[in-house]
Structures are given as structure tokens and as C-alpha cells.
Design a protein around this ligand. Structure first.
Ligand SMILES: [Zn+2]
Length: 310
């Protein structure tokens, strides 16, 4: 008896231990980067984005750097279907038709997409992409301008009287000068937002305002007031800052946070803000799986206190 019990113990223990500690396979993430408009700089933002995704321990991140010039005439067509989620820190004008078709198929079949800040400026004339992001802004022109999205590119998305509404009033695409501002949680029971404060301060960012698009199947997770009293050119509206969009079977997390310009110097406060980091990490997991397993860290900002990491 003793011998067989000992045998079992010693024979099975390593197996049990192995089974007990085996980590789930990491979620494969494509960090897609390589181009910005002239007001942004992916070479500064993407290394930080990769670091933040790596820090979760949940993801295996491949950085895919698209050709900077002439991607629309290239054979660029990364294998989207190898990935649980595509994180775009990337703004370009257009892609080859085959690449766009592959991306639409990937998303409709249940893919994941995260767009960071000016990634919602990308692909101004690609209707499916505009559906994926809900609303977008600006957009690179062939001459290097940033006004490719027309005033009729769709409706604006507003938070009024406790819920999201669309608005087809004239005007579009702007932001107050970068400043610290309060983010208000609007959908506290969404997996990305669960456990975050009702309001918190975000560091020195642009409040993207008056974005326009199809605005279909959008859940507004958080807003910020573009305050006319402080900034006369502001919209005066509670602008959507964090959104999710259902596209086919796919999931999109759209964060407007994360401005880094060519002249920006470290520390890049919008990107080192813990509110940016944590919502990016949680939004990426959610876009990949539909769930969030990450705890809210103790250094998350509050309504009174900015929190950044160096
Ligand atoms: Zn910006």
C-alpha cells in the first residue's frame, strides 16, 4: 500500500504540477505601424505600445511595419488571420484591394481591432474601415494634407441626457489644445471599464472632437467635455473618447487617446498616463477574446490625481 501510494505520489506529482502551472497560450497580437500623418510620430508611440502590451503577460506581439511610401501599390498583405487582434498605431491613405478584402474577411469572421488615436484618421475613403471605427477624422491626402474626410463623411456621435445620440449638424474634426482633462465612464459594466473610477484625469492629450462616420453599432465607453469656457474653439460637447464597435462577428476597441507628435519629447504624457495604458491593455484583451481578465492597478488615476509611469 505504502509503496504504491508513494509511487503514485512521485509519479503523478510532476504531471500535476505541470498541469497546475501551465500558462494559457499567449494571444497573438499584430502591432501594425509604419506611417503617421505629419502631426504624429509612430516611431515614438509604437515602442511604448509594444511595451505596454508585453507587460500584461497575455500577448505575443509581432510588430508589422508597413511600407512608408506607396503601400497602396505594394504587395503588402500581412496574414491577419494568424492573429487574435490587430492593434493599429498606423495611419495611411489606402491599401491594395486584396489587402482590404482580406482584412474585411478577417474582421467579419470574428477578428479583433484596436485603433489608437490618429489610426482613426486612416483610410478616409474606405467605407468598411469607417464602419469598423464608427467615427473618424481628418485623413491624409495624396499631397500630404490632412483633410481627406469630407464634411459629409457621416454623422457625429454625442453623449446627451445619459445616452449616445448621433448629430448631423455641420462642421467636423477638431480638438482643443492638449491639456489635462476629466474622462467620464459611461458604460461601467462593460468588461473594459469594470472596476475603473466613474471619472478620472487623463494627462495632456487632445480631445478628439466632431469626428464623423457611419456611427453604427457603437458603444460609447467614456467621454470628455470639450469645454468652450476653457477653449473658445471647443465643441462644447461630451465627446466620445473610448468606444467599442461590433463589426460582423468582429470586435473593435477605439481609443482616441495617445497623441505623440514629431516635436513631442519624453515623457510622452498622453502615452505614459496610466489611464491610457490600462484601457489599451484591457481593450486589446477584450478585442481579442471578448473578456478582460486584468485587474485594475493601484496607480490608476482618480478624479483628483493624474497618474503617469516612467
Ligand atoms: Zn494627435
Amino acid at each position: 500500500m505504502l509503496n504504491s501510494a508513494r509511487f503514485l505520489k512521485f509519479a503523478l506529482l510532476p504531471l500535476l504540477l505541470t498541469a497546475g502551472v501551465a500558462a494559457p497560450a499567449p494571444l497573438r497580437v499584430m502591432l501594425l505601424t509604419g506611417e503617421s500623418n505629419r502631426y504624429h510620430d509612430w516611431t515614438k508611440s509604437s515602442p511604448l505600445v509594444k511595451t505596454y502590451l508585453d507587460q500584461t503577460g497575455l500577448f505575443a506581439v509581432d510588430v508589422v511595419t508597413a511600407p512608408l511610401k506607396g503601400v497602396e501599390r505594394s504587395d503588402f498583405n500581412p496574414k491577419f488571420s494568424d492573429y487574435a487582434v490587430i492593434v493599429m498605431d498606423y495611419e495611411t491613405m489606402d491599401w491594395p484591394a486584396a489587402t482590404k478584402a482580406a482584412f474585411v474577411t478577417y474582421m467579419k469572421n470574428g477578428g479583433g481591432l484596436v485603433t489608437i488615436h490618429a489610426a482613426d484618421n486612416a483610410f478616409p475613403h474606405w467605407p468598411e474601415f469607417n464602419e469598423m471605427i464608427g467615427v473618424g477624422g481628418w485623413g491624409i491626402t495624396p499631397a500630404g494634407g490632412v483633410n481627406a474626410r469630407q464634411p459629409d463623411a457621416g454623422v457625429k456621435l454625442r453623449w446627451r441626457d445619459g445616452h449616445a445620440v448621433t448629430d448631423d449638424s455641420p462642421g467636423g474634426y477638431g480638438h482643443p489644445a492638449p491639456h489635462d482633462f476629466t474622462v467620464v465612464t459611461r458604460t461601467p459594466d462593460h468588461p473594459i471599464m469594470r472596476g475603473l473610477p466613474a471619472a478620472w484625469l487623463h494627462a495632456m492629450d487632445e480631445i478628439y472632437s466632431q469626428l464623423r462616420g457611419p456611427a453604427k453599432n457603437v458603444t460609447v465607453l467614456a467621454t470628455a467635455l470639450a469645454d468652450k469656457k476653457q477653449f473658445p474653439n471647443a465643441s462644447g460637447e461630451d465627446e466620445p473618447m473610448l468606444m467599442t464597435i461590433a463589426y460582423g462577428q468582429g470586435r473593435v476597441f477605439h481609443t482616441t487617446f495617445g497623441h505623440v507628435g514629431p516635436q513631442s519629447k519624453p515623457p510622452f504624457r498622453p502615452l505614459t498616463c496610466v489611464g491610457f495604458i490600462v484601457t489599451l491593455q484591457r481593450g486589446t484583451e477584450w478585442a481579442a477574446t471578448g473578456k478582460v481578465t486584468q485587474q485594475v492597478p493601484a496607480d490608476f488615476p482618480t478624479a483628483e490625481k493624474i497618474s503617469t509611469r516612467n
